[in-house]
Design a protein. Structure first.
Length: 135
């Protein structure tokens, strides 16, 4: 559960009451789940946290190789029709036909340097993209 900053009091499978092991990392909460779901249709987890729930925006982090991978499903999409979808099992950003629409990613750059920017684009006409970096 990326972005959850609260201290976890407990995590339990609601159907059977079993307590789940929990750890908190710099990326968020990690729950250890059983190999088999206790309910085939809906295995609900009751998560109790200290204080009021606080979630910080999820951010893309550099891999060990320093690469930032900006995946379609991680983007914040702004516009009337733009949306994340999957074609042939490959996630992409589709219905991006309005120049005012945009995709944005929040990043954590832990190691600075020069970056090559590469994008895979597809469209009915010539395609181009603009990279803007700010505060």
């Amino acid at each position: 559960m990326p972005g959850l900053t609260n201290r976890v009091v407990s995590a339990n499978l609601l159907a059977v009451g079993a307590e789940l092991p929990v750890s908190q990392t710099s990326d968020g909460l990690v729950l250890s789940l059983p190999a088999v779901a206790p309910d085939a249709l809906s295995s609900t987890i009751l998560l109790k946290v200290a204080d009021r729930v606080q979630i910080v925006e999820s951010r893309v982090r550099q891999g060990k190789d320093g690469v930032l991978r900006l995946e379609a499903m991680d983007a914040e999409l702004v516009g009337k029709q733009i949306r994340a979808e999957s074609m042939g099992g490959i996630p992409n950003i589709g219905f991006w036909s309005d120049a005012d629409d945009c995709a944005a990613w929040q990043l954590v750059i832990e190691r600075g340097g020069e970056f090559d920017v590469r994008a895979t684009l597809a469209g009915e006409a010539d395609c181009a993209f603009v990279v803007e970096i700010g505060g």
